[in-house]
Design a binder for this molecule. Structure first.
Ligand code: ADP
Ligand code: MG
Length: 602
């Protein structure tokens, strides 16, 4: 009976909302001052940790300077309170703006240089806080701290301690609602694609640098809000609160709660806050405890407490937080396994040369691919096939040559622009982000289409809802087409290689690309999967798609392709119809003999 009640599906926001209501009602329980203070400090820590989860857990940025942004928020709010006015809303807004500005300015150099540089520069920022506070001693009070902050008010009414607690609760609820919206939107998916690989992100049309900056900037929001709340809680701010030790505590709370989770931040923060401050004995050993959490969390507790929660949910059948957005609307629309007409475009690479040092990978290679035709590119290993795709997609810049898609010259454009303009590709080794469902992986392919603003995501605008609905419908449709619709809710990385290749193909198709480049898409596929693949490729051709098929399997190529280019040592050795290429004596001698053996071996 109990189990059947518990098993009732609840919408994703009910439990978090109930938790929020409980939080707001805590002052009614008559808890003692010390406990209430611990709760308030937990809220502050959870906000900072949540920012870290966004940039570190979701976007994979080794940004560790959130405590510095927390300090910026605290000093901004404190100074406004002392010199202008004690209105909490104004202080929160100002702290957020200053946190964002300082965060972005200090983050840009590290973001440009990449992972470890970002970790170093952001951690260094934390070490600098006391010095910067000392430099501006006359305003900040230096090491003695900033005193004289006025009790907070809202719209001219001074807040009681209960009123302030409720204000803190409301800010926390608002942020975690925003964080949930980010994590479960295609923006959250894009962060995870970025975490997997910048190469993959740009192939999805995501501007890597802009996305990194966005994650970094958004992470500054809760940290600076936490700072403003802290300043108004103690009415005093000093540099000791923003120590290196505290930065490590934030990292430990993030790992303990689960970096790639929304509500794990609250669990991690609560455990650390209450555990470290429950007695003065423990406080004394806090660096040791934090260090142990960092080590055990990193080694044994992958996914943190959030993962424990997820396992418990799976085990009991209670769906505490609902499924991520798209999945909840399962089978809302009947998916059809067909595509409408595809607007394929003419793709031309002309006289492309590319050398890596002395290694001439491509020598004056030209290739044309037409809509409604399958153009195959074959050649032995190391003959330059992948390099040509990389030049077309903008990953490499050829020393000579021009690339055109339709009338548009795309030579030298960055890969995300090339993807946005309509060139979609699969990879020789499939690139699939971790922990995403099959359907969500497909949806990431739609990123460059129908973009939604950050505000649209945060507030779930009507446009956001419409786009999410279209994402869901189209993902189901292409999954049906490649025969993976029954696996839509599975974790994509658990699929065998053959299905991962078909999944990559689905991810390409959802963007309705002008040209599709498939790098050895048939390798690793079993006979059935090859049949499915052939059927899909023929259907795509029928619908007007432009397809470039890089392949080893000569039999497959000759049965499918309209036009074949044979590469050998970076040069086009032969090109033409399958019949022409098959009867070319050069191909027979140099290539076919080799490949016929490989073909038998498959
Ligand atoms: P294929 O895809 O036909 O097997 P590739 O295009 O991967 O061949 O490689 C063509 C040649 O270019 C090879 O000699 C390879 O070693 C070289 N090459 C490819 N990418 C790089 C790179 N990033 N740096 C240096 N050499 C490379
Ligand atoms: Mg290759």
């Amino acid at each position: 009976m109990l189990k059947s009640i518990l098993s009732v599906r609840q919408p994703g926001w009910v439990i978090p909302l109930l938790a929020g209501v409980v939080l707001l009602c805590l002052p009614l329980l008559g808890l003692d001052y010390a406990t209430m203070r611990q709760v308030q400090l937990t809220i502050i820590l959870a906000l900072i940790v949540s920012g870290m989860n966004l940039s570190l857990g979701y976007a994979g940025e080794l940004a560790l300077g959130h405590v510095a942004i927390y300090a910026v928020g605290a000093y901004t709010a404190g100074l406004i309170s002392i010199h202008f006015q004690p209105d909490l809303v104004i202080q929160l807004a100002a702290a957020m703006v200053c946190g964002l500005v300082i965060g972005v300015i200090t983050g840009v150099p590290g973001l440009r240089m990449g992972s470890w540089s970002l970790a170093m520069t952001s951690f260094f920022l934390v070490l600098l806080v006391p010095d910067i506070v000392s430099i501006f001693k006359s305003q900040t009070g230096g090491r003695n701290g900033l005193a004289g902050i006025l009790p907070p008010s809202v719209l001219g009414f001074q807040l009681s301690s209960t009123g302030y607690f409720i204000a803190m609760g409301l800010v926390t609820i608002a942020w975690f609602a925003a964080m949930r919206n980010i994590a479960s939107s295609r923006m959250g998916l894009s962060f995870r694609v970025l975490k997997k690989s910048p190469v993959l992100a740009s192939a999805m049309g995501i501007s890597v640098y802009r996305m990194k900056l966005l994650a970094y900037a958004l992470a500054a929001v809760p940290a600076s809000l936490a700072g403003a709340l802290f300043a108004n809680l103690d009415l005093y701010v000093s540099p000791e609160s923003f120590s290196f030790q505290f930065a490590i505590t934030v990292l430990a709370a993030s790992i303990l709660g689960g970096s790639m989770s929304v509500y794990g931040a609250i669990a991690g923060a609560a455990v650390l806050q209450f555990a470290l401050n429950s007695s003065s004995d423990l406080q004394q050993y806090s660096p040791l405890i934090v260090g142990m959490i960092l080590i055990t969390g990193g080694v044994a507790l992958t996914g943190g407490l959030a993962e424990v929660g997820r396992v418990a949910v799976r085990w009991t059948g209670v769906r505490l937080f609902g499924k991520p957005d798209g999945v909840a609307r399962a089978a809302a629309s009947a998916a059809e396994g067909t595509l409408d007409h595809i607007d394929g475009r003419h793709l031309e690479a002309k006289n492309v040369s590319k050398s890596f040092g002395g290694n001439r990978a491509l020598i004056d290679v030209s290739l044309e691919a037409e809509p409604g035709r399958i153009t195959a590119l074959i050649g032995p290993n190391g003959s330059g096939k992948t390099t040509l795709l990389n030049v077309i997609c903008g990953y490499y810049r050829g020393q000579t040559g021009a690339i055109k898609l339709g009338d548009r010259t795309i030579t030298g454009l960055p890969p995300d622009r090339v993807a946005t303009l309509g060139v979609s590709r699969t990879f020789q080794t499939p690139h699939i982000p971790d922990d995403l469902t099959v359907k969500d992986v497909v949806i990431t392919g739609r990123y460059s289409h129908e973009r939604v603003s950050v505000f649209g995501v945060l507030f779930r605008s009507p446009r956001y809802r419409q786009v999410a609905k279209d994402d869901d419908r189209d993902a189901r449709r292409v999954l049906e087409l490649v025969g993976l619709s029954h696996l839509a809710s599975e974790v994509a990385t658990t699929l065998p290689l053959g299905q991962r290749r078909l999944l990559e193909l689905a991810r390409c198709l959802i963007s309705n690309p002008g040209a599709i480049l498939l790098d050895e898409v048939a390798s690793g596929l079993d006979e059935n999967e090859i049949k499915v693949l052939s059927r899909i490729l023929l259907e795509l051709r029928e619908k007007g798609s432009t397809i470039v098929l890089v392949e080893h399997n000569f039999r497959l190529v000759t049965s499918l392709a309209d036009q074949i280019y044979v590469l050998a040592q970076g040069k086009v050795m032969s090109s033409g119809t399958p019949e022409h290429v098959q009867s070319d004596p050069n191909v027979k001698r140099e290539y076919l003999g080799v490949d016929a053996n490989e073909d038998r071996a498959q």
